[in-house]
Design a protein around this ligand. Structure first.
Ligand code: ATP
Length: 356
């Protein structure tokens, strides 16, 4: 078998609904890839609550070392709040992964699925979120935390914006726009955070000059939130810093239907990680009602990244057929309770297998 015909994949199943949605996504990917002559070869690595019991930590060093050698990763959610005392309160495993692997780009599409009730049925946009700096205290410092308290009654947070990271994320946004409707909106708050988000805006506009075929405009983040509700269909690609992107992507996900539909990838230039935007959903874990669409869509988006990186369209075709299978399943009236359906996760999976 040619090495091009095997997709090696690190799998971190995770906590909460991870064991329910990750296997559905992997099975869907396996079938879609097989139709393109590609074999999915998963390597399961310890992660989350189970890894605490078996390896003494939620993110064992052996898992981190193995991930260094993987280009393609599928990661379920973690539920740090449920960990025993000494394993709680430290940096979230997801943040450790993103920082260690340098996964600086978080791509979060928001698109309604016909058949699923949506506040904004015509929304079809991609949020390109800078993932390595901003106000995120767990990743914007080389040593120590970006949040600190000089006295018990005073708390400070460091916001980090660099030209290099801003230009790098802008490049990803303009490239993505080329493959979509060719428009980028730079989201910032440079009327108040003049130096930091002003630098971000200016760096994005600098990059825009290299993409004359892509149109560009800008919005303040507060206005952007309002416009997403008022006229979501007018936006194609939004590029923004870490915190703004986190908030806007949850808003966009809900406008498109539900957080349970929100797919997401974290990527560098060398690695991609499929990880749905939602968390471990402990309130529904183990009840066979979790919506697997976000996780399936995340793996499909990671296949798009892989197709572009390897100039091999078969991976993108597989991703597209995974999305088509979701649409066909939902169109047949099969959906989980979060989007108004009555199907269990297993029934949704079963129907998916009939169409793919
Ligand atoms: P985190 O901070 O880890 O991202 P969170 O506190 O934002 O997590 P989630 O775990 O994402 O919260 O859950 C938020 C709500 O959305 C919960 O009511 C949960 O049941 C629901 N939810 C999340 N994901 C899904 C899913 N895939 N299917 C159905 N419901 C979901």
């Amino acid at each position: 078998m040619r090495t091009d015909d095997v997709l090696n994949c690190a799998v971190l199943v995770g906590d909460g609904i991870g064991p329910e949605v990750v296997p559905v996504a992997l099975d869907t990917a396996e079938r879609a890839l097989a139709a393109q002559g590609i074999t999915l070869a998963p390597e399961y690595l310890p992660f989350g609550r189970d890894a605490i019991d078996s390896h003494g930590g939620a993110l064992p060093e052996s898992t981190l070392a193995a991930l260094d050698g993987h280009e393609f990763m599928v990661v379920g959610p973690h539920d740090s709040a449920s960990y025993p005392g000494e394993h709680r309160g430290g940096p979230a495993p997801g943040a450790v992964l993103r920082k260690r692997l340098g996964l600086y780009a978080n791509l979060r599409p928001a698109q309604a699925i016909p058949g699923i009730p949506a506040t904004a049925p015509d929304i079809d946009l991609l949020i390109v979120r800078e993932n390595s700096e901003g106000l995120y205290a767990d990743r914007n410092m080389a040593v120590g935390s970006g949040e600190f308290m000089p006295t018990p009654d005073v708390a400070l947070a460091v916001g980090l914006i660099t030209r290099e990271a801003s230009e790098r994320i802008a490049e990803r946004a303009f490239e993505a726009a080329r493959a979509r409707r060719g428009h980028v909106t730079v989201v910032h708050k440079a009327n108040v955070l003049k130096l930091t988000t002003g630098l971000f805006r200016d760096a994005c506009y600098q990059v825009a000059r290299r993409f004359p075929d892509v149109t560009v405009d800008q919005q303040h983040v507060d206005a952007m939130a309002a416009l997403l509700v008022r006229r979501p269909a007018d936006f194609d690609v939004l590029v923004t810093e870490n915190l703004f992107g986190d908030i806007l992507s949850d808003l966009a996900a809900e406008l498109a239907g539900s957080l349970g539909l929100a797919s997401s990838i974290n990527a560098s230039d060398a690695q991609v990680m499929a990880q749905a935007a939602h968390g471990a959903a402990p309130d529904i874990a183990g009840r066979n009602v979790a919506d697997p669409i976000a996780m399936i869509g995340s793996v499909a988006s990671a296949l798009d990244w892989y197709a572009a990186a390897h100039r091999d369209r078969r991976f993108a075709v597989a991703g597209a057929s995974m999305r088509a299978a979701i649409s066909a399943t939902v169109s047949a009236g099969v959906a989980t309770p979060d989007v108004g359906g009555t199907a269990s996760t297993a029934e949704f999976h079963e129907r998916l297998r009939e169409v793919l």
